[in-house]
Design a protein around this ligand. Structure first.
Ligand code: ADP
Ligand code: MG
Length: 363
């Protein structure tokens, strides 16, 4: 008998480059994601197929698994990490169908991992907490696939909740859902410009954050308030980088307070402030992302916008009134494409449910 599970992609809403500084992030699980449908096979046998990738790929886990560098590394890695956690998934066949655009930075890899884990947990019932599942999927990506990523992608895909944001405390590794008024949509608009120099710039920013923390004598920038940072002696560049991270942590907490008291508008204001800080302090924006944000926030019904993710290209996310969303996208796209000759692919998303329901199994 076939069983299906769905795991969403995610978008970072606030809390940019805070993860490796022990900080806090707000994200949303999207209504777009990956559906995994499958059944049990005899022990050790694995068959994987994806709507996007064609053939059925066959493996025999009893003969030992090697990474192949293909997409199948993600589900095989999940099965491997489950087994290491004592949750041996026997044999299985899975077919995947995706509604996530590829290359838009919406974390299709985490959706693939989490959909796999959620399905295997139904086929071979294990009792693992939701946080254990998120961590195990992250480990599959870090250690089996060989991609270094934080916990945000998998935690968002596991813990999403319709009309809520996901708050992740990267230091405590804890999660909470924060209400988002249902008349808001999340408009994701890709700049169409690839991350050109991501590796080098990303590592340089990380180092500058660690340098700022060393100057302040703290383990991570999470420990620092803006007043303490401004009063500290350190090179100007390190201070500017730290100002972004410390400011992002503060904006996340301000947004949560506002959302908990029903004020959605402040979230938009904080998102735009986040983008300004990316431009001025962290310098991880691009002229294209800046243009998209400027065009978006000029539109009626757009409450705020910012770059989402690592930066240096990729997409923006705008907080919009659902009723105005199509017009906002139309206007931004028209002007952006005329001015830059890059395509601005847009996706109107809602904050949706994660793969695993809040069933009391604990975070
Ligand atoms: P993203 O930001 O979307 O997570 P990644 O590079 O981390 O980008 O992950 C994309 C990879 O995940 C793809 O190259 C592919 O290997 C795998 N993947 C994503 N979606 C699917 C799918 N529907 N079917 C098969 N593999 C997929
Ligand atoms: Mg990914």
């Amino acid at each position: 008998m076939s069983i299906s599970t769905f795991a969403p992609g995610r978008v970072e809403i606030l809390g940019n480059h805070t993860d490796y500084n022990g900080g806090v992030v707000l994200s949303a699980a999207l209504h777009l994601g990956i559906t995994a449908t499958g059944e049990k096979l005899p022990d050790g046998l694995v068959e994987l197929a994806s709507g996007d990738m064609g053939n059925v790929e066959k493996f025999d886990r009893t003969k030992g698994l090697q990474r192949t560098g293909q997409w199948t590394d993600y589900p095989l890695g999940v099965a491997e990490m489950l087994a290491r956690a004592g949750a041996e998934a026997g044999g299985f066949a899975i077919r995947y169908e995706s509604t996530l655009p590829t290359g838009a930075g919406l974390s299709s890899s985490a959706a693939l991992e989490v959909a796999t884990a959620a399905l295997l947990m139904k086929l071979y019932p294990f009792s693992l907490s939701r946080m254990e599942v998120a961590k195990l999927c992250r480990r599959a990506e870090n250690e089996f696939v060989g991609v270094n990523c934080g916990l945000l992608d998998q935690a968002s895909s596991v813990f999403g909740l319709k009309d809520h944001l996901v708050f992740l405390d990267c230091r405590a590794e804890s999660v909470k859902n924060i209400p988002l008024p249902s008349h808001f949509g999340l408009l994701i608009i890709n700049s169409g410009v690839k991350h050109a120099l991501v590796g080098g710039e990303y590592n340089e920013r990380r180092e500058q954050c660690f340098e700022a923390a060393r100057h302040m004598g703290v383990e991570a920038l999470r420990n620092v308030t803006m007043a303490q940072l401004e009063a500290a002696e350190m090179p100007d560049l390190a201070k500017r980088r730290a100002r972004h991270v410390v400011g992002e942590n503060e904006r996340v907490f301000q947004a949560i307070e506002a959302l908990n008291s029903g004020d959605g508008e402040l979230l938009g204001t904080l998102m735009t402030a986040s983008h300004r800080s990316s431009m001025d302090n962290f310098q991880n924006s691009t002229p294209e992302l800046d243009l998209l944000v400027e065009l978006a926030i000029k539109q009626k019904g757009c409450l705020g916008a910012r770059l989402s993710g690592g930066g240096f290209g990729g997409a923006i996310v705008a907080l919009v009134e659902m009723q105005d969303a199509d017009r906002v996208l139309f206007e931004v796209k028209k002007t952006y494409e005329a001015q830059t000759h890059h395509e601005a692919a847009g996706y109107l998303c809602r904050a949706g449910d994660g793969a695993l329901p809040p069933d009391g199994s604990g975070a």
